[in-house]
Design a protein around this ligand. Structure first.
Ligand SMILES: Cc1cc2nc3c(=O)[nH]c(=O)nc-3n(C[C@H](O)[C@H](O)[C@H](O)COP(=O)(O)OP(=O)(O)OC[C@H]3O[C@@H](n4cnc5c(N)ncnc54)[C@H](O)[C@@H]3O)c2cc1C
Length: 402
């Protein structure tokens, strides 16, 4: 499918994007690289006000025995993110292609059969992920024979750094402190106004990328039916200088996931080297305060994921050491984002890039590239059959009667 709700002439290559997180900055970057003039509006005063303020997270593949749609899309997304990080970020401080060990706790994470040989397609699951070796399992501090996968094409990223770098692309202008309230189409342009009715911007293309807040903006539009939901999450983190030598030696040399994720040797928001464990999942919550009880949940998570390290680090979860960060993920029922025109017939020029869920680091760059490829009529960055699973228009006609 190739959505085409816009004229392709150069004159029309102006876009307004609402939301300067991973999603909005990725769309802005991809369009600006193709010669578009992009204005990004964000209600906050600077980078990282939403979920993309996450201090550190993982770009890692998802594996499934049948190599399902989510696995294939995530793999394409991780590849796009790692390439973007390589191009824009500083390795070691902003991100690292560290590899990630997945502790297969529930035994569910099986690689698909087939395609394992040297002739396996470049993008196959087996090129990105393999059973973990005995050395990798030992390096994680897990007992021998622990079921685990090694994701070589994976690593940690500090999302704020990626957002900031994408917004610095020539052709991208960011207007901070602008809260979009209303949008309407007049004379072929989308006009965005604030709560006082002041015009914040106008353009033939409007991309809404304001995560769960997109719902409040879009719900008044006729037929809008993308079921965006909030999912609060909290990470707990601390500083390596608070660990003793024995604790420090137990830190795995790469991130470990499988029941939440543990990352270490990454700078914290305070600028010191730190460790991070997350994340909690709380539905039906539209605010994201840091909660004491979530530190306890994350402590338990670490004890399950990496039992020896969890036992060694118990004291680090005391209030004098532990720090927290919480945010709202924006989710969709099938865990795949909604990208592209919302309804090209009835709302021409109104696009969405939202619903990144717990995988925004892995998916937002790909969604930005997909947006730009559709708009510029280029080959898609993933198989068309997969792209259609991301299309926001899959929700057309799904509105519930009022
Ligand atoms: C605890 C936690 C851990 C996570 N860990 C990982 C991980 O390890 N790997 C991974 O891939 N993903 C992870 N994620 C998910 C990832 O952080 C998100 O998917 C991603 O940041 C979403 O980016 P976004 O741009 O869509 O939304 P956001 O970053 O929330 O950006 C939305 C922006 O829109 C702005 N905005 C909202 N309303 C308006 C308005 N009306 N007008 C103007 N601006 C507006 C906000 O200020 C904000 O800047 C995690 C999330 C959480 C909460």
């Amino acid at each position: 499918m190739r959505p085409s709700s816009l004229p392709a002439d150069a004159h029309a290559r102006q876009a307004l994007v609402i939301g300067a997180g991973l999603s909005g900055s990725a769309v802005a970057h991809s369009l600006a690289l193709r010669g578009w003039a992009v204005t990004v509006l964000d209600q906050a005063e600077g980078v990282g006000a939403g979920a993309s303020g996450l201090p550190a997270g993982l770009a890692a593949p998802h594996v499934s025995p049948d190599d399902n749609v989510l696995s294939r899309i995530t793999r394409a997304g991780v590849r796009a993110t790692l390439q973007r990080a390589e191009a824009l970020l500083q390795s070691g401080t902003d991100w690292a292609l560290s590899g990630v060990l997945e502790h297969n706790l529930a035994g569910k994470r099986r690689l698909p059969t087939g395609d394992t040989g040297p002739d396996a397609p470049q993008d196959s699951a087996h090129q990105c992920s393999t059973p973990a070796s005995a050395e990798q399992i030992a390096a994680a501090g897990l007992p021998p024979e622990t079921p685990a996968l090694w994701h070589a094409q994976a690593g940690w990223i500090r999302p704020r750094q990626l957002v900031a770098a994408q917004l610095q692309t020539p052709g991208v202008q960011v207007l901070w402190g602008r809260k979009a309230h209303t949008m309407e189409r007049r004379d072929g342009l989308w006009l965005v106004t604030d709560a006082q009715g002041e015009t914040l911007g106008q353009a033939p293309l409007l991309v809404v990328a304001s995560a769960f807040d997109s719902l409040a903006l879009l719900r008044p539009l006729p037929g809008f039916a993308v079921p965006l939901n909030p999912l609060r999450g909290q990470i707990s983190y601390g500083h390596l200088d608070k660990l003793n030598d024995a604790q420090r030696q137990q830190l795995p040399p790469f991130p470990v996931n499988g029941h939440g994720s543990f990352i270490s040797h990454v700078p914290t928001p305070e600028g010191l080297m730190g460790w991070f464990i997350g994340s909690t999942f709380e539905r039906n919550c539209e605010q994201a305060p840091v909660r004491e009880e979530d530190h306890a949940a994350n402590q338990l998570r670490l004890a399950t994921l990496l039992p020896e390290l969890g036992a060694a680090m118990q004291q680090q979860f005391g209030p004098e050491h532990v720090h927290g960060w919480a945010g709202l993920r924006c989710t969709l029922p099938n865990r795949l984002p909604a990208v592209g025109p919302i309804d090209s017939e009835r709302l021409p020029g109104l696009w969405l890039s939202a619903g990144m869920g717990a995988r925004g680091i892995s998916l937002a760059v790909l969604c930005g590239e997909l947006t730009a490829a559709w708009l510029c009529k280029e080959p898609l960055p993933l198989e068309p059959a997969l792209a259609k699973h991301l299309a926001a228009e899959r929700y057309i006609g799904k509105a519930k009667p009022q």
